[in-house]
Design a protein around this ligand. Sequence first.
Ligand code: ATP
Ligand code: MG
Length: 240
Amino acid sequence: MDIDAAREVARRAVERRDLPLLGQNPNVTYRMGIMGGTFDPIHNGHLVAAEQAFDDLNLDVVVFMPAGSPAFKQNKRVTMGEDRYAMTLLATSDNPHFLASRFEVDREGITYTAETLELLSLAYPPNVELYFITGADAIAEVVTWRDAEKIARLAHLVGATRPGYDLAHARNAIMASGLDFDVTYLEVPALAISSSYLRERVTAGQSLRYLTPDAVTGYIHKHHLYGVRPRRYGSTELHD
Ligand code: ATP
Ligand code: MG
């Protein structure tokens, strides 16, 4: 995609509020957080990490971007983008500085982080800085992602870690890559939560309360995601 086309795509996304309006004042530096992920489903770990990144790094906004067709999950079953986006929208809707975006879901083919960051950096003026937020376990892998050097050039990285998590692995991987990544590590408490854990719980008929917003749980039941077959709306009962 050429530069003008990329700008046009992003301009339209801003217009329909799918991307934040940022960068208007050239004398101000704006900081945009990007939380990428499969969000299958989104959970409180994602939300807490994003909120903490917002606070600690003085971000102006955090954009949650469910991946269209995630590069790493090509051989796994992933819930369709429309559902993952809807759950992300529900989970972020009451937070004024969170935004759920269709930017990746609507893109054809496999979504690569480097390409997303490139489109965003073309779309916004240089006084908008990009902060890509990820779990610290993923940080060690970023160096292996496609066009890692582009990621390093276009964005700051924010690695959310559990208290006591040993950062040596991530630090070594980054150092060994020889790439110039700017990483800030954040300690985020209570972060053993994962989407896989939630999916397993749903399938086993167990509660998701306090693991993800109730609106997300409601959506999962209403649309029978993850193998749940509720007798009535909101129930966690399984039947054959
Ligand atoms: P799965 O269990 O299916 O792998 P997940 O919980 O890891 O799902 P993803 O959508 O894969 O969720 O993750 C999106 C991003 O959020 C990734 O960068 C991941 O490292 C990060 N992340 C996931 N869970 C947490 C958590 N509990 N705390 C902080 N970051 C998290
Ligand atoms: Mg994961």
